[in-house]
Design a protein around this ligand. Structure first.
Ligand code: ADP
Length: 219
């Protein structure tokens, strides 16, 4: 994977977690926070760290923010600081700016400013967890559009030993199993006679309703 250069503004719980992971994934990360303690905690983990106020244009200029591939504004509670840092990163010409929003309105403002991706970590995590709690087989899902979802579902004991032709999710519910992750490896585009075993993970694509119906049928 190509090494990318990230600048993270705000090293709270969210910013520090992204920073640590990006470094583990082999990327270069500059972390900026006005709180010296936060910076010290991460100084041996991130590639570079700076104690500075990211709402000051000169500060962002002097750390060379414009040369980074991606800027992440991970300031939550101080909405004013988040907005100012986002505008400055955009104006300095950072190619991609991602910002965390703590409310819908905060998110709308960030979008208006031209932030390339606005994320709502707490809201989205809450929605995700609710789905997983009501559907115990659901391991994870991605909404590929408002209508379509790709879901990862654990094969429950009621499907163990059955072939895809037996289970027939496409015929019954309209959704398709596009892959089966087995302990021995992944079967991509499985055949009708591929057999499910307990703890296999099915990757299923379909409309939200189709996937929900399939899930409800195997609870
Ligand atoms: P989290 O919920 O992820 O912990 P917080 O909003 O509590 O998010 O933390 C945001 C971090 O951003 C804090 O460490 C804070 O010191 C930092 N921060 C806030 N405003 C600025 C600013 N103007 N410049 C640099 N860092 C900032």
């Amino acid at each position: 994977m190509k090494m990318t250069q990230f600048v993270i503004v705000g090293l709270g719980r969210f910013g520090s977690s992204i920073g640590r992971e990006l470094v583990l994934l082999g990327n270069e990360v500059l972390g900026v926070d006005r709180d010296e303690e936060k910076v010290q905690e991460l100084s041996s983990v991130l590639t570079h760290t700076v104690v500075a106020d990211a709402t000051e244009e000169e500060v962002l200029r002097s750390v060379g923010a414009r040369n980074f591939d991606c800027g992440i504004v991970a300031i939550g509670d101080d909405i004013q600081a988040s907005i100012l840092a986002a505008i400055l990163l955009k104006e300095l010409g950072v190619k991609k700016v991602v910002a965390k929003a703590v409310s819908e309105l905060h998110g709308r403002v960030l979008e208006r400013l031209g932030v390339d991706r606005v994320i709502y970590p707490e809201r989205d995590m809450g929605v995700r967890l609710a789905h997983q709690l009501v559907s115990p087989n659901l391991l994870d899902y991605i909404e590929i559009s408002k209508k379509y979802t790709i879901a990862e579902m654990e094969v429950p004991s009621c499907l163990t030993g059955k072939s895809l032709a037996n289970v027939n999710p496409r015929g019954r519910y309209g959704c398709s199993v596009v892959a089966i992750n087995k302990p021995k490896g992944m079967i991509i585009a499985p055949n009708a006679d591929d057999v499910l075993t307990e703890k296999d993970v099915m990757v299923v694509i379909g409309t939200n309703e189709q996937i929900e119906q399939f899930q409800n049928s195997i609870r």
